[in-house]
Design a protein around this ligand. Structure first.
Ligand code: BMA
Length: 708
């Protein structure tokens, strides 16, 4: 039996006396906002006024009742799904445990500390800002280009301390469910489920770890998508599925919802159910092909034997105050992902491991997930035994929690640590331990619990540690020469990367979003304090103006600047994506930076914090469409391609029209083709020199059409 401890709590800074109302799950910033003690940091320039919150220690408390019946059980556990971060938990003023990692759940017996009647739980959180700076003094770490030095010492989202799209809001609090679990006779600690495909059959294995205080029976069931049920007794079982329904991405599937097999275990004493747990599997194989080929070393996802072209984007924490991100918002976000024909999202390494709900939804919808371990852009002190064992617990917890999900396509060690290592190359201990951890320790730890999900040590990845990182011939790349490096927008066409897991271009968010954070003041200018406060990339607003000016005359009205910034962003990302899609086989995926925002901000996102689509979100629907046409225009030729990412051949017609700017068609042609499954085909190849003999090319356009 579970008794939730969510709901109303009391909280205060430890240096204050007055307890005020708090809501759990939640955090100190949200509670202070509800009490009217701070302004909303998302509005205007208020972020800078609330820095003190992260510098204080905070405590939370509440009471709970225990009945005689409750107390009779064999054990009572306190389950905390997420405590952010450095904290001490007390029950009836007695110390229970200390938490030091917000990426793990804690489950502790409290039976000896509670009594029948009223009890009290109190949790004291140490200031993350002070914790990090104390640690940094004792153990200096490489410079953090994204804010406070030493944040690598704390296992909480690194972007809480600020990022080049996010505010500095290092929160403390109980950020997921907290509950009491009453254990009678037996309880399930962990249900491990695996699946593999063998000669047209699927083999499902299930094994439960159980803690028991007496006799019990256990039954394991598999419920198939067609409703049929297979049952076996015991704590472990193997099932053979004769005609498995395979799990696919929605792109490659006729199903709106993917077929899932539910594996459940029930512990019983007679007819009484003692405990139950279930997990859902999708039957599929997923591989990351890293073979040597004629271009170098591949980076290609293969689902059920079908090589994929990955079309996706990078996902950051969807709210600086994560407890506000509910199922409705999650569904809205994933609807946007599907609307834009993305088959993968990358959960980036400076935020969170995503929730069970997130993965469940991706399993159902058929969206692949690339999951980074939560290490980003800096070197971490893996040589410190306490830090390393803390991280190992985090790996165990999250790998066990997520590895059964069919949507999980890859574990990635970290974001850009090798890419940035020149900044700390003289700190050899860090360099050595980065290699040790991501190339040896982490993979070993993962394989203790998950022997099938592909692993890549870092993104971007080279030939080996600190060798060949960022090269077009091996692995994935993060291409930032456009935007950060101010290269022209069509520079991407010069890059034939194997897989572009990051590239991006900023735009302004929707006017409705601007009106919220700039308080409807109007007369906006990108030089205003507010626009500087809501632009976290160095010179970001100037860069936006620079690129818009490279394509259009700069507009006079602010709202037109918003519009053109979004059009420019879409043009850039569309052109690059189509280029890489045309080169499928060599390049096997592109995921733009970034899908979403964590507050109202000028950033690289395609959907803003309040859920407004930018032009790019609409554009992606077209440039990611699994069956589409694309033009490669150079000074010598214009090639017209049909692109087919579907797993079936397609009968289509492709037509083009050459027109002048007064509206008359000068030339047209159409071809019927059957395009092979997961293949591209060049349908027309026009010679520019030839065309220029007939047309004034400066006054001529070409339109291409796909007819199904
Ligand atoms: C990428 C990311 C982030 C960053 C983004 C934009 O490289 O990994 O660290 O926010 O660039 O600069």
């Amino acid at each position: 039996m579970i008794k939730t401890l969510n709901g109303e709590w009391l909280f205060k800074a430890t240096d204050q006396n007055e307890w005020k109302k708090a809501t759990v799950p939640g955090c100190n910033f949200l509670d202070l906002m509800s009490c009217g003690d701070i302004y909303d940091p998302f509005i205007s320039t208020c972020e800078k006024d609330v820095y003190f919150v992260g510098e204080k220690d905070w405590e939370y408390k509440r009471t709970f009742e225990i009945s005689e019946e409750d107390f009779e059980c064999d054990d009572v556990l306190l389950n905390c799904k997420m405590l952010d971060t450095i904290c001490e938990v007390y029950i009836n003023s007695q110390f229970l445990f200390a938490g030091d990692n917000c990426f793990v759940a804690y489950s502790k017996s409290v039976k000896s500390l509670i009594n029948v009647g009223e009890n009290e739980i109190r949790i004291v959180f140490k200031s993350p800002v002070n914790y990090v700076s104390d640690k940094y003094k004792k153990c200096p770490t490489p410079v953090n280009s994204n804010g406070q030095n030493g944040i690598v010492h704390i296992r909480k989202p690194q972007s809480h301390f600020g990022w080049d799209w996010g505010p500095v809001l290092p929160l403390s609090g109980i950020t997921k469910d907290i509950e009491l679990q009453f254990v009678n006779t037996a309880k399930i600690d962990y249900l491990a489920v695996t699946q593999r495909l063998d000669d047209g059959k699927a083999i499902i294995n299930a094994k439960a770890d159980v803690t028991s205080f007496g006799n019990y029976d256990s039954e394991i069931k598999v419920t198939c998508p067609d409703g049929s049920v297979l049952t076996q007794m015991g704590n472990s079982a193997q099932f053979v599925i004769e005609n498995p329904e395979l799990w696919w991405t929605y792109e490659l599937s006729a199903n709106k919802k993917q077929p899932l097999y539910t594996v459940s275990i029930t512990l019983k004493a007679g007819e009484k159910v003692l405990d139950e747990q279930s997990k859902r599997l999708g039957l599929r194989t997923i591989e990351l092909n890293r073979e040597i080929d004629k271009y170098g070393r591949n980076f290609q996802f293969v689902l059920n034997g079908v090589p994929l072209y990955i079309k996706g984007s990078n996902y950051i924490p969807p709210d600086s105050f994560i407890t506000r991100f509910d199922k409705k918002k999650l569904d809205y976000m994933l609807d946007a992902v599907q609307f834009s024909n993305m088959n993968m999202i990358r959960i980036w390494g400076g935020g969170y491991y995503e929730s069970d709900e997130f993965y469940d939804a991706c399993d159902e919808r058929g969206i692949l997930v690339w999951q980074d371990f939560q290490f980003a852009c800096q070197a971490y002190p893996f040589f410190d035994d306490d830090f390393l064992s803390n991280v190992k617990r985090e790996v165990e917890y999250n790998v066990k929690r997520l590895c059964h999900h069919p949507s999980l396509a890859v574990w990635n060690g970290n974001n850009e640590i090798e890419d940035m290592h020149m900044a700390w190359v003289y700190m050899t201990k860090y360099v050595d331990w980065t290699e040790k951890f991501f190339y040896h320790i982490l993979e070993n730890e993962i394989r203790k619990y998950d022997n099938s999900t592909p692993y890549t040590p870092t993104s971007p990845v080279g030939e080996k540690h600190n060798y060949g990182v960022g090269s077009d011939n091996v692995g994935d790349t993060h291409l930032w020469a456009v935007w950060h490096g101010l290269k022209s927008m069509n520079y991407y066409r010069k890059r034939l990367t194997r897989f572009c897991s990051e590239f991006g271009f900023e735009s302004l968010p929707d006017m409705k979003t601007i009106d919220i954070f700039a308080e409807h003041k109007g007369n906006y200018s990108l030089d205003d304090e507010v626009f500087n406060a809501h632009q976290k990339c160095e010179n970001g607003n100037d860069k936006m103006v620079y690129y818009v000016a490279s394509r259009f005359n700069l507009p006079k009205k602010f709202k037109d600047m918003v519009y053109l910034s979004q059009v420019t962003q879409n043009e850039c990302i569309a052109d690059a994506t189509e280029h890489w899609r045309r080169n499928k086989g060599r390049c096997n995926g592109s995921m733009y930076w970034q899908l979403n925002d964590c507050w109202g901000v000028c950033s690289w996102s395609s959907i803003d914090y309040y859920g407004n689509y930018k032009a790019l979100q609409y554009g992606a629907r077209h440039f990611n469409a699994p069956l589409s046409v694309s033009i490669e225009d150079t000074k010598d030729y214009v090639k017209i391609y049909a692109l087919n990412d579907l797993n079936t051949p397609q009968d289509i017609a492709v037509s083009y029209e050459i027109f002048d700017f007064v509206g008359s068609t000068k030339e047209a042609d159409e071809k019927q083709i059957t395009i092979d499954k997961v293949k591209n085909e060049c349908v027309f190849d026009l010679d520019v020199k030839e065309l220029s003999k007939t047309y004034d090319l400066k006054r001529t356009g070409i339109a291409v059409r796909l007819i199904k």
